[in-house]
Design a protein around this ligand. Structure first.
Ligand code: ADP
Length: 615
């Protein structure tokens, strides 16, 4: 527990410059301001009772009020700065998570468990009634240090006062030692009981919090990912899903409310417990003070001082117990945060540089590749073997779910084969430097995304870019018309999400932007995975007819389940149930009667045939 929290504190220190120094300074001033009035009030009362001179009383009063004001102002300034720095601690910690997500092995992105963990960390920090993680650790450490120091100071001060012969136990040091010992033991026992009790309550609170996480996840899905999106807005209206969704959300609210109420009750219970212990300690101390006043062994000033210190001490004691138990249960959340950061990248990164070839003669070969997704027992590709050379155009066709996209993911090393090997120029692709290997490919995925950046930055995937090249890529992708209409040219933001100057583009135009992005990068391989899915027939035809011009001398892999769109490729690979079943050009494949290609072609052709015309 200590190790995790220390790591958390180190992280906070690295995220917020001067954090440790600032914390230390603030705590010192806070403790001073807490006890300053007690000490100087006691001195003033004693001086008044002892008939001190006016000058002495004035000095006492100035010290009491002036010191307090100075401390108050200093604390105010520092606290303002501290809160300013700490207010975005979660955002800063989140930056680390985002960096991790962007650099982690791609397979984790498709892992439901990893995605859920990420959502949970977020939900713990934001939604959870008693969660927190790094955020809570940051604020609680300050509180813990402050009340620990305060308790220590008051403890030693009390011990000193009580044991000082001449104040409480005049000339009876043995009695003083006995009293202090009893006080220490009693205090330790009560503290132990309070912490144990709090721990068991905190455990129950943690359990409720854990049970709330999937509920928050569902709530997040319904409210953020379903009912507030345009896509689902249509379905909700068309299928009258309003009641269905309201019921689900209401049910979730009820469940969450029950949990929050249970946590509230446990919290009250916890406070009651510390309250009882507080009362016992304060009762004992006040009893003793009373006896000492009666016996005339203590001055009225000292009574003021003790009473002030004791009430301060009790407040700090209650706070200390709460903070310690809070930190104990928060450790689990901090651990989840670090566990996420510590997810190891298992992919072998390779060291071999990619051979720079003037003749662009690259050969890719899949040799007996079998693959199943992590956690799945089903083989998506089985004994898959193909070979193709650079400069060639390979079309990959097959039914939905036959493994076409998976083939691309393996080619781009987003996943490594479960069995078998993939070679680039005769060398296992795992041996190549991973980043260099990735930079061989430009891919337009079927589930591509165009973020709301300026158009030019979107195409270049960079803040600084070559404007001529970006415009050229957009024109080649068929967006000359759009480009000429944009009010700020390449600087026009795509979509209006974050900027009212932006332009909304259609699905087809977005797909062309994705194609332009692939072309801008000028890589030896261009991979288009169902690139025409969102295009109208004319735009689709335009892409096919200009395909050679689009990809130039590059190797192009073109994936489609629409066979008519692959005719322009001389080399067509047919995949079925994860196996390469046919290869050749259209006229060869269509001659293979009863083959999958033949069946698919004839099934699809039916829909395109116009009376009196062939496809
Ligand atoms: P295609 O591109 O030919 O439509 P895919 O390669 O996308 O097919 O998918 C092939 C099979 O792999 C499908 O059965 C699909 O459900 C499964 N699949 C795809 N992605 C994953 C994943 N991340 N985890 C588990 N199974 C997956």
């Amino acid at each position: 527990m200590l190790k995790i929290n220390i790591r958390g504190i180190k992280l906070c220190n690295s995220l917020i410059p001067w954090n440790s120094f600032l914390t230390f300074l603030l705590i010192t001033l806070q403790i001073l301001v807490e006890y300053w009035p007690c000490i100087f009030l006691a001195i003033l009362v004693d001086d008044v009772a002892g008939g001190a001179a006016k000058a002495v009383l004035t000095r006492d009063a100035v010290m009491l009020v002036g010191g307090d004001v100075v401390l108050f102002v200093l604390i105010h300034i520092l606290q303002h700065y501290y809160f300013y720095c700490g207010s975005n601690i979660w955002e800063l910690a989140n930056v680390q998570l985002n960096k991790k997500i962007m650099d982690m092995d791609y397979e984790y992105m498709e892992s439901e468990a990893v995605q859920n963990r990420r959502r949970d960390i977020d939900s713990m920090a934001r939604d959870n009634a008693d969660g927190g993680g790094i955020n809570k650790l940051f604020w609680n450490i300050m509180a813990l240090l402050r009340c620990s120091f305060s308790i220590l100071i008051i403890f030693f001060y009390t011990v000193y006062l009580f044991s000082r012969s001449g104040v409480a136990f005049k000339g009876e040091p043995a009695k003083a030692v006995a009293f202090v010992s009893v006080f220490v033991i009693l205090f330790a026992i009560l503290m132990f009981i309070a912490i144990q009790k709090n721990k068991s309550i905190q455990k129950k609170i943690y359990k409720h919090n854990e049970e709330m996480l999937p509920l928050f996840r569902q709530m997040h899905f319904y409210t953020e990912e379903y009912i507030s999106t345009e896509k689902c807005g249509k379905i909700i209206r068309m299928f009258h899903q309003q009641n269905l969704l309201s019921n689900y959300i209401e049910e979730l609210f009820k469940k969450l409310n029950n949990k929050i109420n249970s946590i509230g009750r446990l919290d009250e219970n916890r406070n009651e417990w510390t309250g009882v212990i507080e009362t016992i300690i304060s009762g004992l101390v006040y009893l003793l003070l009373g006896i000492m006043v009666l016996k005339d062994t203590i001055s009225i000033g000292s009574v003021c001082l003790y009473a002030g210190c004791i009430s301060r001490f009790l407040m700090d004691f209650r706070h200390f117990v709460n903070v310690v138990t809070d930190l104990a249960s928060n450790t689990k959340y901090v651990k989840i945060y670090f566990d996420f950061l510590d997810i190891p990248n298992r992919k072998y990164q390779g060291t071999l540089p990619i051979e720079k070839r003037d003749d662009d003669k690259f050969t890719i070969e899949f040799q007996n590749v079998s693959f199943r997704y992590p956690g799945s027992s089903k083989y998506v590709l089985k004994n898959f073997s193909i070979k193709f050379n650079i400069g060639e155009r390979l079309a990959v066709v097959g039914k939905n779910g036959s493994g076409k996209t998976t083939f691309i993911k393996l080619l781009c090393r987003l996943y490594d084969p479960t069995e078998g090997e993939i070679f680039l120029n005769g060398i296992d692709i795992r041996k190549y430097n991973y980043k260099e290997y990735l930079s061989l490919f430009s891919v337009v995925f079927q589930d591509f995304k165009i973020p709301a950046f300026p158009l030019g930055q979107n195409v270049a995937a960079s803040i600084e870019y070559d404007k001529v090249k970006a415009e050229d890529a957009l024109k080649r992708a068929g967006l000359s018309g759009l480009l000429s209409k944009l009010p700020y040219g390449l600087d026009t933001p795509v979509y209006k999400d974050f900027d009212s100057r932006g332009v909304d583009i259609s699905g087809g135009e977005a797909q062309k932007v994705a194609i332009a992005r692939a072309l801008y990068h000028d890589t030896p391989f261009v991979i288009l995975d169902e690139p025409t899915a969102a295009l109208d027939p004319l735009a689709e035809y335009e892409i096919y007819s200009r395909f050679d011009e689009l990809v130039g001398t590059k190797t192009a892999v073109y994936i489609s389940h629409r066979l008519s769109s692959c005719q322009f490729c001389n080399d067509i690979l047919v995949i079925d149930k994860g196996k390469a079943v046919q290869r050749g050009n259209h006229s060869k494949l269509i001659k293979e009667k009863d083959s999958l290609y033949y069946k698919l072609w004839n099934t699809q052709a039916k829909y395109y045939k116009v009376e009196g015309e062939s496809v």
